[in-house]
Design a protein. Structure first.
Length: 343
C-alpha cells in the first residue's frame, strides 16, 4: 500500500568500520541515516524504481562521536562531522567568526524544525526536488527510466539553466555552493579506508542515476575546510519562492580576497541553476586581479551565466542569478550594503 513503510532493520553504528561493514553486507539495500529528513520522505512516498529501492537496513551514524563534532585547529582548518545539524552549524561561534558563509547558508535551509533535525551530510547528499522524481507513478531517468519528464513538463522552479543532460534537475543543497566556495574537501569512508576528495568532484553530472560519487559501500564522514584569512569576504545569497522555507530558485556563494580595492582571488559558486554546485569560472576570470567597481560587477554578472540554456519556463533564472551576483559583489564593494545579509 502507498505510504505504508515495510519492515526495516535499524542499526546504531558504534564506529565508522561498523557502518562500512553493514554497507558491504547489504549494498544498495542499506542506507546511512542521521536526521533522515529527506530519506524518510522518499521512503514514505514510495519513491523507487529499478535503480532506486526502499532500503531494508538503516544505519544510524549519530552515535559515533566524530560524526557530530565541529573541530577547528589553527593553521589546519575546520572539520565538520556529517551528522552535525544545520542548527549547530548556524549557531557555532567558530563558524560564525571564521566561516560565516556556512552560517548564512545553514540559516536559509528549511524551517527551524528541519534545521534542528537536518544534517550537513544529508544536505549535501539530498535527492532532486523534481516532482516527477518524487512522484511514485513516474519512472523518470533518475529512477532507471529512459525519460526526463521535467524537460517538457513542469520545470519552473527546481531545474537547471546550465549543464543539463539526460536529467534537468538542479541540485537542491544550500551548503554545497558555500562549501565549494571555501574550497572544502569531503571525507569519504570505504572498505579501503578514509580518503579526501575536493567537494566539487564529489558531485556527478546530470547523466548519472545518483548525484554523488559515493558507492554502495561508502559513506560521507564529514567535511574539511581550510583556514580562512581574516580579510576574506564571504557572502551567501538565496532567492526562493517562500522566504519561510523553500529550496533555491538560484543562490550565489562568493568568497574573495580584496586588497586596496583589488580583487586578488575569488570563488563564485552558483546553486539552484545546475545539477551540481556550479563554479562560475568565466566570471572569476573577469574579476580576478582587477579593481572592483560597478562596471566590473556588471561584467562579472553577465559572465556568471555565460552558456546558460534555460528551459521554456525557467528563463527568469538567468536575470535572477545575475542580480544575485551583483548584490553579492556589491556588498563587498560597499560593506554597508551587506547589513541586510544574514551572518
Amino acid at each position: 500500500m502507498l505510504f505504508e513503510l515495510p519492515s526495516i532493520e535499524h542499526v546504531n553504528a558504534r564506529d565508522v568500520n561498523e557502518v562500512v561493514s553493514w554497507l558491504q553486507k547489504y549494498g544498495r539495500k542499506a542506507r546511512v541515516i542521521a536526521g533522515a529528513t529527506d530519506l524518510l520522505g522518499l521512503m514514505k512516498d514510495k519513491v523507487e524504481g529499478p535503480e532506486l529501492r526502499i532500503p531494508e537496513v538503516l544505519v544510524n551514524i549519530k552515535r559515533i562521536p566524530d560524526m557530530t563534532r565541529i573541530v577547528y585547529k589553527e593553521g589546519r582548518g575546520l572539520r565538520i562531522g556529517a551528522g552535525v545539524t544545520l542548527s549547530r552549524l548556524a549557531a557555532s561561534n567558530v563558524i560564525r567568526q571564521g566561516f560565516r558563509i556556512l552560517s548564512q547558508a545553514a540559516l536559509q535551509v528549511g524551517t527551524t524544525q528541519l534545521r534542528n533535525m537536518g544534517t550537513l551530510g544529508g544536505n549535501l547528499c539530498q535527492r532532486p526536488r523534481c516532482l516527477y522524481f518524487r512522484h511514485p507513478h513516474f519512472l523518470c531517468f533518475k529512477k532507471g527510466g529512459s525519460k526526463c519528464y521535467a524537460a517538457t513538463g513542469e520545470h519552473r522552479f527546481y531545474h537547471s539553466i546550465l549543464k543539463q543532460g539526460k536529467c534537468v534537475m538542479a541540485h537542491p543543497s544550500d551548503l554545497a555552493p558555500a562549501l565549494v566556495a571555501l574550497r572544502a574537501e569531503v571525507l569519504i569512508m570505504s572498505p579501503n579506508g578514509e580518503r579526501k576528495v575536493p567537494l566539487q568532484e564529489f558531485f556527478l553530472g546530470s547523466n548519472h542515476y545518483t548525484e554523488t560519487i559515493l558507492k554502495a559501500d561508502e559513506f560521507l564522514m564529514g567535511i574539511c575546510v581550510p583556514s580562512q584569512n581574516e580579510k576574506i569576504h564571504q557572502v551567501f545569497l538565496k532567492e526562493r519562492i517562500r522566504n519561510s522555507a523553500d529550496f533555491a530558485l538560484s543562490s550565489v556563494a562568493a568568497v574573495a580576497r580584496i586588497s586596496e580595492g583589488i580583487c586578488e582571488e575569488i570563488r563564485i559558486v552558483l546553486g539552484g541553476v545546475a545539477p551540481f554546485p556550479y563554479i562560475a569560472s568565466m566570471a572569476e576570470e573577469v574579476i580576478r586581479g582587477k579593481k572592483l567597481d560597478e562596471g566590473l560587477i556588471s561584467q562579472v554578472a553577465e559572465a556568471s551565466v555565460e552558456g546558460a540554456k534555460p528551459l521554456p519556463m525557467n528563463g527568469y533564472k538567468v536575470e535572477l542569478t545575475k542580480a544575485l551576483v551583483k548584490r553579492a559583489l556589491g556588498s563587498m564593494l560597499n560593506p554597508a550594503d551587506a547589513q541586510g545579509i544574514e551572518s
